[in-house]
Each structure stands twice: as structure tokens, then as C-alpha cells.
Ligand binder design. Structure first.
Ligand code: ADP
Length: 292
């Protein structure tokens, strides 16, 4: 039995820095190159694990070096990888990212093995969370099983995409950012389509919650000096799942997740920026002292 099962993508991010982005047909000289683990599934699994949850990741990688590296990384983070399939003759998911000196970027995502993610035996977990970088059929299959077992089902509808009622109907909590919420037609549309609780993340503007009883409230953001917002949404979702699994009510879990999201903006990169429970706890108690 796990606290959190994450159904989602695993990518290797290849990041080139250049003075400016190339135009079509053009070659520019890069000034730097780095490879980073990524994919919303892997990021959120790490975020939940660092916040004390026993986590199972349900995902797929290719039979390449990147796949074995990323599986090892997940295992080193304490994540159960028995449901991370290795698919033959397919590459592990890749994101090819070019960043210019103004931090403007262009990104190509190649789903690779992520497109072959398949729900076979779902591990049992208190909370099941999914995103939209793996096939919708599998997200639906996972959340249906989770719902039939009485788990708390959470969907982070990222990247933004229109969704069928069938899928929304098996979500207890949907966690969009503002852009994703707009594409889904807003909070009222989501709730009328069967989603009890909508938790909208709004960057520095904090979090807007409408709960299952129709009560709306705002969780203000924690004041930080942002350096790189990559990973904030994943830190938020992973921490939220971990705290809900630990038995927090929605208000406490959202507050904790907002602190995790804020901290993730203070460190460069995605995985390196995902905070652990101790760091989040320090920010929460520091801000508690300020409020009193
Ligand atoms: P996404 O990366 O998915 O667009 P957000 O930018 O909304 O997600 O960030 C997720 C959460 O992280 C926010 O709701 C907030 O709690 C926290 N966060 C993000 N940016 C900041 C910031 N500049 N200052 C404080 N908290 C932030």
C-alpha cells in the first residue's frame, strides 16, 4: 500500500543555451548544454517522496541509457519503480529546450515511451495523481481503478487540453494553473461537469480553491525572491498529494503545497528545486511567526 501513486511522464530534458533562438532554417552557436531529469510524472513523484510519502510511479521509459538513468534516479529518491515499464525499441521521452539570453525559450517535446504508458496492475494508494503527458485512455483507466478503490483522485490537467466528461467525472480534485483553467472553461464549468474541488494555482497571486461544499477561499502565496519558476507547479502538486495522503484537510494541504511551490521558485531547475518536508516546514513555521 502506497501513500501516493503518480501516473505520468518521465523525460530527459536536453537544454541548449544560445545568444538568441534560431529562425527556421538557421543554425546558431550554442554557449552551453546540460541534461536534466524531467517530465511532470517524475517531478511530481519526487516532490511527493521528498515530502514524506511512500510513492509508486506508473510510467514508461525506453530501452535506452536515458531510461535506465531515470529509473535509477527515481529509485534513489525512494520511489517504487516496479510499475515503470521499459519499452523495447522506443526512446525515452525527451524535451529539447533552447533558451536564449533573455530567458526566452522554445521547446520540442517528444513523447517517446510516454505515449506507450499502459495501466496494467495499478498499485494501491491513498491518493492517485495524474497529468496529461501520457495517453488520456490510461489516465482515465488509472483514475477509474483508484475511484473504485476509494482513493482520492487528483488530476493536474497539464499541459492544457480539452477533457472528456468521463475523465472529469472520476476526479475528486482538479489542479489547473490559470491558463489550463481558462482552456477548461473556468471553475463553474469544471464543477458542473462533475469535479467537486478545483484548486487553481496562480503563481505569485497564490491559490484559489473551491471545495466540494462550494466554499471558495484564497491561499495567499508565500513571499519569496523567485529565481526560476520551473517546477513550481510540480512541487505544488506532489506536496499536495503527499499531505492529503497523510490525512491533512484540504486547507492545510493547500497551504503546505503553496509553501512548497514558493520554495521551488528559489532554486534553478526542476528536480533540484523540489523542496523536502523539512524545508517546507521551516517556511511554514517562519510565516506562522510573522502572522502572530
Ligand atoms: P505552474 O508552474 O503550473 O504554472 P504556478 O506558477 O501557478 O504553476 O505555481 C504553482 C504554485 O507555486 C503557486 O500556486 C504558488 O503557490 C507557488 N508559486 C509560484 N510562483 C510563485 C512566486 N513567484 N511566489 C510565491 N509562490 C509562487
Amino acid at each position: 500500500m502506497f501513500d501516493v501513486a503518480v501516473v505520468g511522464s518521465v523525460n530527459l530534458d536536453l537544454v541548449a543555451t544560445t545568444p538568441r533562438l534560431p529562425r527556421p532554417g538557421e543554425t546558431v552557436s550554442g554557449t552551453g548544454y546540460a541534461e536534466h531529469p524531467g517530465g511532470k510524472g517524475l517531478n511530481q513523484a519526487i516532490a511527493a517522496s521528498r515530502n514524506g510519502a511512500r510513492v509508486a510511479l506508473i510510467a514508461a521509459v525506453g530501452d535506452d541509457e536515458a531510461g535506465s538513468r531515470l529509473r535509477s534516479l527515481a529509485a534513489e529518491e525512494g520511489i517504487d519503480i516496479s510499475a515503470v515499464a521499459v519499452v523495447d525499441h522506443v526512446s525515452t521521452g525527451r524535451a529539447l529546450i533552447t533558451v536564449d539570453e533573455h530567458a526566452e525559450n522554445s521547446i520540442v517535446v517528444v513523447a517517446g515511451a510516454n505515449a506507450r504508458t499502459h495501466i496494467d496492475e495499478m498499485p494501491e494508494a491513498t491518493v492517485v495523481i495524474a497529468q496529461l503527458e501520457v495517453p488520456l485512455t490510461e489516465v482515465l483507466a488509472a483514475l477509474l481503478i483508484a475511484r473504485s478503490r476509494g482513493a482520492i483522485t487528483v488530476l493536474n490537467p497539464a499541459p492544457a487540453a480539452p477533457l472528456p466528461d468521463e475523465l472529469l467525472g472520476v476526479c475528486d480534485i482538479v489542479v489547473p494553473n490559470e491558463h489550463e483553467l481558462a482552456l477548461l472553461g473556468g471553475v463553474d464549468a469544471l464543477r458542473s461537469r462533475g469535479v467537486p474541488t478545483v484548486v487553481t494555482t496562480r503563481g505569485a497571486a497564490g491559490v484559489e480553491v473551491v471545495d466540494a461544499g462550494g466554499r471558495a477561499w484564497t491561499q495567499p502565496s508565500f513571499p519569496v525572491e523567485p529565481l526560476d519558476t520551473t517546477g513550481a507547479g510540480d512541487a505544488f502538486c506532489g506536496a499536495l498529494a503527499a499531505r492529503l495522503a497523510a490525512g491533512d484537510d484540504l486547507r492545510d494541504a493547500v497551504r503546505f503545497a503553496a509553501a512548497a511551490g514558493a520554495l521551488a521558485t528559489t532554486v534553478a531547475g526542476a528536480v533540484p528545486s523540489l523542496p523536502d518536508a523539512g524545508t517546507v516546514g521551516e517556511l511554514l513555521s517562519a510565516s506562522g511567526r510573522v502572522q502572530r
